[in-house]
Design a binder for this molecule. Structure first.
Ligand SMILES: Cc1cc2nc3c(=O)[nH]c(=O)nc-3n(C[C@H](O)[C@H](O)[C@H](O)COP(=O)(O)OP(=O)(O)OC[C@H]3O[C@@H](n4cnc5c(N)ncnc54)[C@H](O)[C@@H]3O)c2cc1C
Length: 457
């Protein structure tokens, strides 16, 4: 993801970035809620309560938007780039979490100005009133669920199970919070059009999640792929090729990814994201480079020829269209990050692109480098393409840089003087992307021309 990609996508033909579109939708939602709350008849509660109400609206407007941001919706352009929207979902989650955590304290804060006994009575009345129950449960669940999200990687639970509980929990929180908003406190005094709007937002956000879990698998069942080939291509990488006659309209752009499910049922939650390593010319075949990493990928070699695989996608925003005006292109791959780079590289070869193209490919050891015969073939076939291999361990005579893809390697492999007119595509672990991104910027490449995809959400 680049910080400012997608200028080519139109939003009422204004040429706005995805971030700008999201900000506009969010601001519109917030303004609508605020105006409705402002014009609704309510006791005059003063400046402090008005500020707290506004803050609550800031939180709840963002909360409803969290559902489509985390969903896998191919038919809504703004939300079909999960690699972009999930980081936004995470970022928004932090400040929404902070607002909801503070919510009861902000409401109770003015009571602290009363005498001890009056303050305690007021706090008890507000906290333990029966109508507060929905709000209290929503608040408690919210804190626990936010904690489970922040510390997910430290909890010994499968990602798919965590994701299901994450979705179910937030659906319950959404219903309880909406019940609370439409029945209690200052907002509870608001009239039906306002309440209808809240329920509408709640239903819309939940419907998307229900669609993903219940309806989408039915659609995928009608368009299955099957395993055409599975072979080991390095010490711990596999090349998987799928094919399908049931998907004549399946299209993708080089650089995109899909979710694969190789279980007998499409309703199984075990969908994993993998970048497509082939190009559109090879359709109906699509290939992937899959690194053994955990419980699912360690078993990938056990797939059998002809076995059904469900493919949800394509998603992702890495696209060669973004670099049409660039004078040269650098592709940087770390480990399994080679997959989308192979797709981009082969697409550039198919296009007979005359620009200088450089591939920097890093791994821990030389026996993890995949598709070397094909890549060396492209070095001969393409007009101006060179590969640089980088790894920690290699025999002395190997033609590789030892170490990682650092500034030294970048300087040796790229023409620094021309980099401001080049574009870069990066895929690999987060640490590699951060460091390569920083180094390219110090070498005068514009941040806007660096597109990347991380191999984990
Ligand atoms: C956009 C994207 C593209 C990717 N492309 C490739 C690729 O081309 N080749 C490749 O080898 N790997 C790719 N990955 C990584 C790959 O998805 C994970 O390695 C794989 O899902 C790990 O599953 P596991 O059960 O084997 O390992 P686990 O040990 O269970 O998972 C390791 C980590 O992978 C992530 N993960 C696990 N399951 C899922 C899931 N169902 N959905 C989302 N994330 C999950 C979680 O962050 C988890 O902590 C990509 C990841 C992303 C986000």
């Amino acid at each position: 993801m680049s910080t400012d990609r997608s200028l080519r996508y139109n939003f009422f033909n204004l040429g706005l970035t995805r971030k700008a579109k999201l900000t506009i939708i969010y601001s519109f939602l917030l303004a609508l809620l605020f105006i409705l709350s402002y014009i609704s008849p309510m006791d005059d509660k003063g400046v402090y309560v008005s500020i707290v109400i506004f803050l609550n609206l800031v939180g709840i407007a963002g909360f409803y938007l969290q559902f489509p941001l985390a969903g896998r919706f191919r038919f809504i352009a703004l939300f079909n780039h999960t690699d972009w929207s999930i980081p936004q979902h995470k970022k928004m989650g932090y400040w929404i979490g902070a607002i909801f955590l503070l919510h009861p304290f902000l409401i109770l804060a003015p009571k602290l100005g009363l005498s001890n006994s009056d303050a305690w009575l007021a706090i008890r009345t507000v906290t333990f009133a029966p109508e507060m129950l929905t709000g209290l449960i929503a608040w408690g669940l919210f804190i626990v669920w936010i904690g489970l999200s922040i510390f997910r990687r430290h909890i010994p639970i499968h990602y798919e199970i965590w994701r299901l509980w994450h979705s179910l929990g937030f659906i319950i929180i959404s219903i309880l919070a909406t019940l609370h908003i439409t029945s209690v406190g200052s907002h509870g005094q608001l009239q039906s059009p306002f309440n209808i709007l809240f329920w509408l937002l709640c239903v819309i956000s939940i419907t998307g999640t229900v669609y993903n879990y219940l309806l989408k698998p039915r659609l995928l069942k009608q368009q299955p792929f099957e395993v055409k080939e599975i072979k080991k291509v390095s010490r711990n990488d596999w090349k998987l090729t799928l094919t399908s006659n049931a998907q004549p309209h399946f299209k993708f752009e080089a650089g995109q990814f899909v979710w694969l499910n190789s279980n007998p049922s499409p309703y199984n939650l075990d969908y994993h994201p993998f970048s497509i390593a082939s190009t559109i010319r090879q359709l109906p075949d699509i290939s992937f480079i899959i690194r053994e990493w955990g419980d699912y990928t360690n078993q990938i070699g056990q797939l059998s020829i002809g076995q059904t695989v469900y493919v949800d996608g394509p998603f992702g925003q890495m696209s060669l269209k973004d670099s049409e005006g660039a004078k040269g292109i650098v592709l940087v791959a770390g480990g399994a990050g080679i997959a989308p780079m192979l797709s981009l590289l082969n697409q550039l070869a198919d296009n007979q692109d005359p620009r200088p193209i450089r591939l920097l490919y890093g791994n821990t050891s030389l026996d993890q480098m995949v598709m070397q015969k094909e890549i060396k073939g492209l070095e001969q076939r393409m007009i101006n393409f060179q590969q640089t291999l980088v790894c920690d361990q290699a025999p002395d005579n190997a033609d590789v840089y030892l170490g990682v893809i650092d500034k030294f390697v970048l300087e040796k492999s790229l023409p620094e003087s021309a980099l401001q007119h080049w574009s870069a595509y990066l895929c690999g672990p987060e640490q590699m992307i951060d460091s390569v991104c920083k180094n390219l910027v110090t070498m005068k490449m514009s941040k806007r021309h660096i597109y990347f995809e991380q191999l984990a959400f």
